[in-house]
Design a protein around this ligand. Structure first.
Ligand code: PNS
Length: 164
């Protein structure tokens, strides 16, 4: 079974990697799919995010990263995927996720959405908070892979505190 794990991944976090690891265990193939979204101004380009994801997911042979545009259901159909994987952290994620899952089901009733929860340690983690903490010079150890941290540091040009 092939699953798509779609998102913005700006930048990828340890929460994303936790979910990828869980997804890679239950699906034969997992396609991590970065949305090319011209409306959203991102910190990293799609190519930069692809490179970061490829670097961080190399250990899982059944995982690969790609970019997509257009409808997720169309991309899933093109890839021969039967499922979409999404992570749910707190109850606050649920409404947005349910709306997307229902809409995607309306658009393609054969595509299933599968929700998984990350490790509790990552339940309050988001790319948005990582960007904010990074821009204010806060410590990010444990939240993002070291390779992503150095790219963030380079992009924002701020020194991180080493204490936690
Ligand atoms: O990480 P995000 O930003 O929460 O991911 C949102 C994403 C990429 C899953 C969603 O915006 C998406 O699937 N966009 C593709 C366009 C589409 O299919 N829209 C209808 C979704 S119901």
């Amino acid at each position: 079974m092939i699953a798509i794990y779609p998102g913005s991944f700006d930048p990828p976090t340890n929460g994303h990697l936790d979910l990828i690891q869980r997804g890679a265990k239950i699906f034969d193939e997992l396609v991590v799919a970065i949305l090319r979204n011209p409306e959203k101004t991102a910190l990293f380009t799609v190519d930069e995010r692809l490179e970061m994801l490829r670097e961080c997911t190399g250990q899982w042979k059944n995982v690969h990263a790609e970019a997509f545009d257009g409808l997720l259901v169309d991309f899933a159909r093109n890839r021969g995927a039967q499922a979409v994987l999404r992570g749910i952290r707190a109850v606050s994620d649920y409404e947005y996720e349910l709306q997307m899952a229902w809409m995607n089901r309306k658009l393609d009733s054969t595509l299933e959405t599968v929700f998984m929860m990350p490790a509790a340690d990552y339940s309050y983690l988001s790319s948005r908070l990582v960007r904010e903490i990074a821009s204010l010079g806060g410590a990010l150890a444990g939240f993002i892979p070291p390779s992503v941290e150095s790219k963030l540091r380079a992009r924002l040009g701020v020194k991180f505190h080493s204490h936690r």
